[in-house]
Design a protein around this ligand. Structure first.
Ligand SMILES: Cc1ncc(COP(=O)(O)O)c(C=O)c1O
Length: 461
């Protein structure tokens, strides 16, 4: 059957199909918080529902759509690759497109990172980084940070510092050591036995949008070097312009030994991941002909992923999106900064480039304190839903809570936002933050939305 006809005919069945065949809890969540729309079209920073309503997507598929959705240059490139009937995944061959993308990635990577390995996702890239650092150093321990997130397969999960994801999936990989983020003394202690293969960290933690002190990453790099370990920078989220530079490590002039990327490299089309690393690491892992395929994946380096990556880098360059990310992110923070101080629940607005967070805290005034405590008692971090739910319901803006049990709202928009989009966002945020300070009335409003949805779920609608 023609796929467009199929979509036309069965377009409204997505929730029912997921409820029946996939993760029904996800359907329940969406219906409970009122995010259960039928989107029919996507373009740039916008989603459109069946009634033609336009939504501003400040979540961008968890950071995948840096260049916006359905970018015409990437669409055209993918069409061209398909029509060219290229030989793909020959396996006993080396493909041109992966070579071209690798050449381009090395050119934009920090100096000294000269070899590229391709995977199919963020987590697979982290798995490769863990294995490469173990083999290259001959050591097994991996040091990682509390609150960090590196993916959900067993290796990357072992390095993820959030018990919510780990609980019940153990035993995880032994020899992984958790330390607090931004704590050099803890890092030195963990490295002190000289038995650590690598220290892995996001330059800016995605869950919570936590920025390190300025001296942290340069000194961490020096400690890691001194104790004979490697530094793995997980730039799966922060890379490719998200923070206003190609790589977040550039904010602190740090060159890691291995740098991981994924998400935005896909152009939003074809899953892909890549790491760039120092040549000696690659030379050790792939050190003999019989080890030429000692690590890899059947679909790694596939033509569509390589072409999507190549075209995405072209768009990031030709549309000056790295610079734009820095400017737009700063414009957003500048426009919202005054809310801190004006509204007592709002503790801080922070970020770099197009990675921005609003952190909320327990208020001092009595009536707000009661509302806050009521929400926290129901569910830790629930106050933040008083921002994300009305942002969506009233202002058609998609955002997210920055992690489990935290009152932090996060925005990782496409880097292409226009001035009008930023105005839309800023006015909406001002409005919902003000509303959330109306005290019990605001809480009851949210409660009403959630309760009504919960009743609809019970009634099976
Ligand atoms: C910093 C970071 N590392 C790794 C991952 C895992 O990537 P994936 O979901 O593609 O496996 C993510 C995903 O959100 C991430 O943000």
């Amino acid at each position: 059957m023609n796929i467009q006809e199929l979509i036309q005919q069965r377009g409204k069945e997505n929730f029912a199909l997921h409820d029946h065949y996939l993760n029904s809890q996800m359907v329940k969540v969406l219906k409970t918080i009122g995010f259960d729309r039928h989107y029919v079209k996507a373009e740039g920073a916008y989603l459109f529902d069946e009634q033609g309503h336009r939504y501003l997507d400040l979540l961008s598929g968890f950071g995948v759509f840096a260049v916006g959705r359905n970018h015409p240059h990437i669409v055209q490139t993918l069409k061209d690759v398909l029509s060219a009937e290229l030989p793909n995944l020959v396996q006993l061959d080396v493909s041109l497109l992966s070579g071209l993308l690798a050449e381009k990635l090395v050119a934009i990577s920090p100096a000294g990172l000269e070899r590229v390995f391709f995977a199919n996702s963020g987590t697979e890239t982290i798995e490769a980084a863990i294995k490469f650092s173990r083999y290259a150093t001959g050591k097994s321990k991996i040091v990682y940070c509390q609150g960090g997130y590196h993916g959900l397969s067993l290796g990357s999960l072992s390095a993820t510092g959030d018990p919510h994801y780990k609980q019940g999936f153990g035993p995880l990989i032994p020899d992984f050591i958790e330390i607090p983020f931004n704590d050099l003394a803890a890092l030195e202690e963990a490295l002190s036995q000289q038995d650590v293969a690598a220290f892995i960290t996001e330059p800016i933690q995605g869950h919570g949008v936590w920025l390190p002190d300025d001296h942290y990453l340069p000194e961490a790099a020096e400690l890691v070097r001194r104790y004979g370990a490697l530094l793995i920078a997980d730039e799966v989220q922060t890379g490719l312009g998200r923070t206003g530079k190609w790589w977040a490590v550039e904010h602190w002039s740090v060159v890691p030994d291995i740098l991981c990327m994924a998400k935005a490299l896909s152009g939003g089309f074809v899953p892909v991941g890549a790491l760039v690393c120092k040549e000696w690491i690659f030379d050790r892992v792939f050190n003999r002909m019989d080890r030429a395929v000692v690590h890899g994946s059947t679909f790694g380096k596939n033509n569509l992923a390589m072409a999507a990556g190549f075209a995405t880098l072209e768009v990031l360059e030709s549309e000056n999106l790295i610079e734009k990310s820095a400017q737009s992110g700063q414009a957003i923070i500048d426009a919202l900064q005054f809310l801190v101080g004006e509204y007592e629940c709002l503790k801080e607005i922070r970020g770099k480039g197009m990675m921005v967070a609003l952190e909320f805290t327990e208020p001092k005034s009595l009536s707000l304190k009661i509302s806050w405590k009521m929400l926290e008692a129901a569910n830790k971090g629930l106050f933040s839903q008083m921002i994300t739910v009305p942002l969506f319901a009233r202002h058609r803006i998609l955002s997210q809570v920055a992690g489990h049990g935290m009152n932090i709202v996060k925005f990782i928009p496409p880097l292409i936002l226009t001035e009008a989009d930023i105005k839309w966002m800023v006015e909406a945020v001002k409005n919902v933050v003000a509303d959330a300070h109306r005290g019990p009335a605001a809480v009851w409003d949210l409660g009403r939305i959630l309760a009504a949805k919960a009743l609809r779920i019970k009634a099976g609608t």
